[in-house]
Design a protein around this ligand. Structure first.
Ligand code: C2E
Ligand code: MG
Ligand code: MG
Ligand code: MG
Length: 283
């Protein structure tokens, strides 16, 4: 009997694996046409000043509406696009769309920048900086308005080359942020090597900072570290007023998270901006 069960478990495991593999290859193939077929869309999550409660920036987060599977998370399809190399083309589409939308946002707000997530794979695409500059110029944007978020994990491999491209980006005027800070293993010396403007405190620390002393101390230490290195900090994934109070008292000046707003379609984000400017005009 045990043997039969073992066999069933194995069969189930096999089937599960096969389904996963089929889905992977299907998504990989479909992704090549997703831009062309208008299936990709950017949502925007406000970045808010803790003291003034004003929206000063927004992070563009990609969404994929798949004809067969419906909504697919970037956590699933971005790694597929990175592995296939399609992230480069998709990345240029993201930059173009984000710039186009930002021009509209900027016209009706005091926003100073727009943030896009960039995979390290994109940094190694030949002519990356030139292509990015062209896209931005064509959209009537300036590099100073664009913040590029890079994850810490990705920067671990072939550090030297990435530092090189990032330095050039910084020289062009782009803002550079280290995303999900604290979750990986970048050493302090690596941190000083990177030409950064901002550290983004990972959501996992924010999640526990009000009920776990250690998480609280990590948040405090990251804010102080950034301060000492002359970097900005922003907290990601803030969901409660208690978390926000703690961050304020620790001297953090910016945050994003569901507490203020989820990522929104461009149209809804614009409504949020106009409601906000009406609110500040009243005062
Ligand atoms: P990330 O850049 O760290 O983005 C933050 C993620 O946390 C987003 O998930 C956002 O929707 C979510 N989030 C923000 N505030 C809260 C909150 O208060 N509570 C909770 N529970 N979640 C919150 P999303 O949009 O699913 O993106 C996941 C990851 O996918 C991103 O992590 C980023 O690494 C990647 N990604 C998303 N868009 C792009 C893109 O355009 N290009 C690239 N290369 N990667 C992207
Ligand atoms: Mg990000
Ligand atoms: Mg993040
Ligand atoms: Mg994160």
């Amino acid at each position: 009997k045990a043997k039969a069960e073992g066999k069933n478990t194995y069969a189930f495991y096999q089937q599960h694996l096969t389904e996963k593999t089929i889905r992977y290859h299907e998504l990989e193939a479909d992704l090549k046409l997703a831009v062309q077929k208008n299936q990709l869309v950017l949502h925007y999550q406000p970045k808010v000043c803790i003291n003034s409660n004003k929206v000063f920036s927004a992070e563009a987060l990609i969404r994929w509406q798949h004809p067969k599977y419906g909504f697919i998370s970037p956590l699933e399809f971005i790694p597929i696009a990175e592995a296939s190399g399609d992230i480069c083309e998709i990345g240029y589409w993201i930059a173009k769309q984000a710039c186009t939308d930002f021009i509209k946002f900027k016209a009706q707000s005091e926003m100073s920048s727009i943030a896009i997530n960039v995979s390290t794979k994109q940094l190694t695409d030949s002519g990356f900086i030139k292509k990015l500059n062209n896209i931005i110029t064509e959209a009537n944007c300036m590099p100073q308005w664009i913040e590029l978020e890079q994850t810490e994990s990705a920067l671990m491999d072939s550090q030297r080359m990435h530092v090189n491209v990032m330095s050039q980006l910084r020289q062009c005027g782009y803002k550079l942020a280290l995303d999900d800070f604290g979750t990986h293993y970048s050493s302090l010396s690596q941190l000083t090597n990177l030409p950064l403007h901002t550290l983004k405190i990972d959501k996992s620390f924010i999640d526990h900072c009000t009920d776990n002393k250690k998480a609280h101390m990590i948040v405090r230490t990251i804010i102080q570290l950034a301060d000492n290195l002359g970097l900005q900090t922003i907290a990601e994934g803030v969901e409660t007023s208690e978390q926000l109070d703690l961050l304020r008292s620790e001297g953090c000046v910016a945050y994003q998270g569901y507490y203020f707003s989820k990522p929104l379609p461009a149209e809804d984000f614009e409504k949020l901006l106009s409601a906000e400017s009406a609110q500040f005009a009243e005062k």
